[in-house]
Each structure stands twice: as C-alpha cells, then as structure tokens.
Design a protein around this ligand. Structure first.
Ligand SMILES: Nc1ncnc2c1ncn2[C@@H]1O[C@H](COP(=O)(O)OP(=O)(O)OP(=O)(O)O)[C@@H](O)[C@H]1O
Ligand SMILES: C[C@@](O)(CCOP(=O)(O)OP(=O)(O)O)CC(=O)O
Length: 324
C-alpha cells in the first residue's frame, strides 16, 4: 500500500483566482497553465492499517495546521473511494523553492494525489485523479494532466477536472521559460478567499472568457506571440484584482518591476520575450530556444538568480525513487 509519484509545477497562463466553493475548491471559471520542468515534486505515500494517525513531512519538516488539513483533504477522498480508513505516512521533496511564486502547491498536491491513488490500488484516469488533487490546490489539477492543460470550472466535483489541450508541438518544444527568482515569501490561499471582494473581479470575470478562447486558439495554431502576450496581460489583470481587494495585496517587489522593464526592452529590440507572474514576486519569462541565453543574461543583470526551464509532462509514478 505504498507508491511514489512525481509532478511538475505549473505556470499559470490564464489564471484562476477565487473559488465559488472553498471546500471542493471549485473555481469561478476555467483556467489554463503550462507545466515547467525540470522543476518537480516527488511524493511517497503509504497507507498502513497499523498506524494510529497520519504523518506528513514536506521538504524535511513535519507539516501541521492548514498545510496538513489540505493534504488530509486529498488523502480522505482517496480513502473514501477505496473504502478503507487506514492512516497514512506522506513524505515529499521539491527540487525548487516553495512559497515564492513557482507553483509548489500544484506539483505538491498533484504528486500526493497520484501517489495516494496508486497506493490505495484505485484505477483512475489522470483527469479523474485531477479532481482529487484539486481538493489540495486547484492548480494541482492541471499539474496532474501536465503540459498545457485546462481546468474546467464545471458544474460539480466530477466535471471540475483538468484535460490536456491540443497544442502545436513545435511551439511547445521550442518554449523556454527563464525564471527570475524574487524570493519574497507569500501564501496564495488568503488571496483566493477575498478575490470576489475586489471591484475589479466582475470585470475580470467578464473578460476571462475571451482570454481563454484567445489562449486556446493561439496554442493550437502555434502562435507564440499571441499565446504569451495573452499570458502577460492576464498576469497584469490578476494583479489588478488582488491589489484592489480588501487586503490590498501587492505581490511584486522592485526586482519584479525591473524584470518587466527589461523584458519589454528586449521586445523592442525584436526578441520574443513575455513576462508572467503567478501570485508571487518571482517572474517567468517566456521565450524561444534560440533567444534563451540572451534573455537569461538580461534577467541575471537585474541582480536575481535565474534558471531556464522547459515544458513538463504529466504526473507519473516513480516507485524506484521512494522517499522512505
Ligand atoms: N510538496 C508539497 N506537498 C504538499 N503540500 C505542499 C507541498 N509544497 C507546498 N505545499 C503547500 O502549498 C503551500 C504553498 O502554496 P500556495 O497555496 O501558497 O500556492 P502556490 O502559489 O502554489 O505557492 P508558490 O509560492 O510555491 O507558487 C504551502 O504553504 C504548503 O501548504
Ligand atoms: C495564480 C495561479 O497560477 C496559482 C494560484 O493558485 P493556487 O492553485 O496555488 O492556489 P491554491 O488553490 O490556494 O493552492 C493560478 C492558476 O491558475 O494556477
């Protein structure tokens, strides 16, 4: 009753913000993301009939409080479907920093869900597993199916699932994601809770359907500029909403803005480069393989640590790499 899974975190492209059901984490609208690699999370889960209570260890530390509640939501759903109540041990490691805007909850809960499903002996498709991962984090649903995926808002628990999108393969292979790390700690959950309280939220909801259609069409056509310009625009739209909510969250830092400026200067010089942020200060810069070195050097000149990532695949089992 033990299994190990690995998942890649997501970069939001048309991002979800706010939930109409906080228990099931049902979002207000569809959302699209791309998984990043080699960044990943590996998670081992074991259900043990002799164990008295669940124990979770993430990145070397025992998890309690809200973090533990979110993991338990995922494991409880697996236990319910499997028809047993065995307690579990979960150990997880990410090979990238968490809570700085690189989507750790997505790969974390995706790997947890797939490992738990396998450990429980359930036979489910990845879109079915995505509905379980969603209970930990909505973005985790898309990290289960991998690549460019769409989380359908759906009407209920069952059809609020993630599916792969049809994407031009050449464009996907050519995509390079330059990371400009701006390590300012934050947690996203509180921002979701107050999303609907911003006066910008209604405007975002009215606008998002065009953005989703635009993104899907651009990805299918392999129109790099249209896809990543839309993602850049959506980052600004999301920030407009969080900054005008009750808490007035400003996720960006001076380094974030410096990178935005550098990216737009590159574009003026004819380099295909578009910035994107999730809820955090760290910046993704989407570019093409032949420009990756130049873009990375430009972002490094802003005084931040950089990495160059590519598109990551779906969550998968890696039982020979168990963490215990
Ligand atoms: N490997 C993991 N397994 C289970 N839970 C995890 C893991 N890594 C992170 N988490 C949980 O996810 C939370 C961070 O995610 P949050 O909901 O703030 O969204 P996020 O935007 O994905 O975070 P990030 O800043 O990493 O992009 C952590 O506080 C922790 O509770
Ligand atoms: C901004 C995002 O990229 C990530 C923020 O949401 P999370 O999924 O991390 O939030 P939780 O559900 O609270 O874990 C939006 C997205 O579409 O993935």
């Amino acid at each position: 009753m033990k299994a190990t899974a690995r998942a890649h975190p997501i970069q939001g492209l048309v991002k979800y913000h706010g939930m109409r059901d906080e228990e099931l984490r049902l979002p207000y609208h569809d959302s699209i993301s791309v998984c990043t690699a080699p960044s990943n999370t590996t998670t081992t889960v074991e259900f043990d009939p002799d164990r008295d209570e669940d124990i979770y260890r993430v990145d070397g530390e025992e998890v309690d409080g809200r973090g533990a509640e979110r993991i338990q939501m995922v494991l409880d759903e697996v236990r319910r479907r499997a028809g047993f109540d065995h307690r579990a041990r979960l150990v997880s490691e990410s090979n990238f920093p968490t809570n700085i805007g690189l989507g750790s909850s997505s790969s974390g809960f995706a790997a947890a869900a797939l490992a738990a499903v396998e450990a429980a002996g359930l036979d489910l498709t990845l879109p079915e597993v995505s509905t379980i991962a969603r209970r930990g984090s909505s973005s985790a649903a898309r990290a289960v199916t991998g690549g460019f995926s769409d989380l359908y808002a759906g009407l209920n628990d069952e059809d609020c699932r993630s599916e792969r999108l049809p994407v031009d393969d050449e464009m996907a292979d050519d995509l390079r994601i330059v990371i400009g790390k701006v390590p300012a700690y934050k947690e996203t959950e509180a921002a979701h809770e107050e999303a609907a309280d911003s006066h910008m939220f209604e405007a975002r909801l009215a606008h998002i359907h065009d953005q989703l259609a635009e993104m899907k069409d651009a990805l299918r056509e392999g129109d790099f500029d249209r896809a990543f310009e839309t993602a850049e625009h959506d980052s600004l739209s999301l920030a407009a909403t969080t900054m005008t909510g009750p808490a007035g969250w400003v996720y960006w830092k001076p380094d974030t803005i410096e990178i935005f400026d550098a990216v737009r200067d590159l574009r003026e010089d004819g380099v295909p480069a578009y910035f994107s942020t999730d809820t955090g200060a760290t910046v993704y810069v989407n570019t093409r393989a032949e420009h990756a070195d130049e873009v990375e050097a430009t972002i490094a000149d802003c005084g931040v640590d950089t990495e160059v990532w590519e598109v990551g695949g779906p969550a998968h089992l890696v039982d020979d790499e168990a963490l215990f």
